[in-house]
Ligand binder design. Structure first.
Ligand SMILES: C[S@@+](CC[C@H](N)C(=O)[O-])C[C@H]1O[C@@H](n2cnc3c(N)ncnc32)[C@H](O)[C@@H]1O
Length: 292
């Protein structure tokens, strides 16, 4: 904001709106620090709303190497940019709070969608506790970029009816909390494993020990939507060797299930005339919505 123009009722200067107050829907405004999903990597996959907010920012706190530097260069080269990597809440919260209170426009950029393995809410709650309002702006999570790369659907008629977003056991998750094997056992679930690139062999060994079919398809999508994107395809029985040969230890999504191949599906009713047939209009409408 500039200080030279007269200040109007809402605290903005005449002829200029406060960039920290944003249109949510028609007539509804959101104020505060937006927690924005930067998308999986390709700057073109940042939402229009996310891009507008980033372009207006004075301070961009971002998720380090998980956010493509091209995006930062393209949309906010003039803003102060701070990586959150290696910083704890005690450092991040005062940094964002002080900037906001100094009337600077602050945005927090998380990779993918902030609601998936993003630890956004604890930062938002801490900021709100300090009197700084916050809100979410969703982004494209890496599972969606990976399914686009694989040219498949995560739900696929007669192949996969459900999707699980999960992570393997490790420092954060105990053995009991690791449900990958249960999801795979269900058969019609596409299991998207985040934060598991370094643990592909352990994960596959556990699946084999639990008696899961070694022929179950698995794809490991490294840096989905980035220029150096790579796909390794295999099965529960073969993928670990392939990933180790490729040398990937981070930044990949592990997708397990029959939908990985994009084959074996049945045509949906929607394009078969079913939706418009019969007397039960409610069922037909539900099916139309479901298949859209
Ligand atoms: C801390 S989590 C953040 C997830 C992010 N919030 C999202 O919605 O995609 C980081 C993990 O997301 C996955 N990931 C993030 N970006 C990716 C990409 N472009 N391609 C493949 N996997 C990615 C990897 O599994 C990585 O270990």
């Amino acid at each position: 904001m500039t200080g030279s123009q007269p200040v109007v009722d809402d605290g903005t200067t005449a002829g200029e709106r406060d960039p920290r107050v944003h249109e949510k829907t028609a007539g509804e405004e959101q104020e505060g620090i937006p927690f924005i999903g930067a998308g999986p990597g390709d700057p073109g996959l940042l939402t229009v709303k996310g891009r507008e907010l980033v372009e207006e920012a004075d301070l961009v706190v971002h998720a380090g190497s998980l956010v493509n530097s091209e995006l930062l260069e393209e949309f906010c080269a003039d803003a102060e940019q701070v990586s959150s990597i290696g910083k704890d809440l005690e450092e991040l919260i005062p940094l964002m709070r002080d900037a906001y209170e100094a009337d600077r426009t602050v945005v927090r950029l998380h990779s993918g969608d902030p609601a998936i393995y993003g630890a956004a809410l604890e930062q938002m709650d801490a900021l709100e506790h300090e009197g700084v309002p916050t809100y979410f702006v969703p982004g494209v999570t890496s599972a969606f970029a990976a399914s686009a790369t694989l040219r498949t659907q995560l739900t696929l008629n007669e192949v996969a009816n459900h999707v699980a977003f999960t992570r393997p056991q490790g420092k954060t998750l105990s053995e009991d909390e690791d449900h990958i094997s249960e999801f795979v056992a269900m058969g019609d679930v596409t299991t998207c494993v985040y934060l598991g690139t370094h643990a592909v062999r352990d994960t596959m060994d556990r699946l084999l020990d639990d008696g899961r079919d070694p022929e179950t398809p698995v794809a490991v999508v490294y840096h989905a939507s980035w220029p150096d994107e790579d796909v390794i395809e295999g099965t529960v029985g073969t993928i670990a060797d392939k990933v180790e040969d490729a040398g990937y230890r981070a930044s990949a999504l592990v997708v397990i299930g029959e939908a990985v191949s994009g084959s074996g599906y049945e045509r949906s009713y929607l394009y078969d005339g079913w939706a418009n047939r019969g007397s039960d209009g409610e069922d037909a409408a539900e099916q139309t919505e479901a298949d859209d």
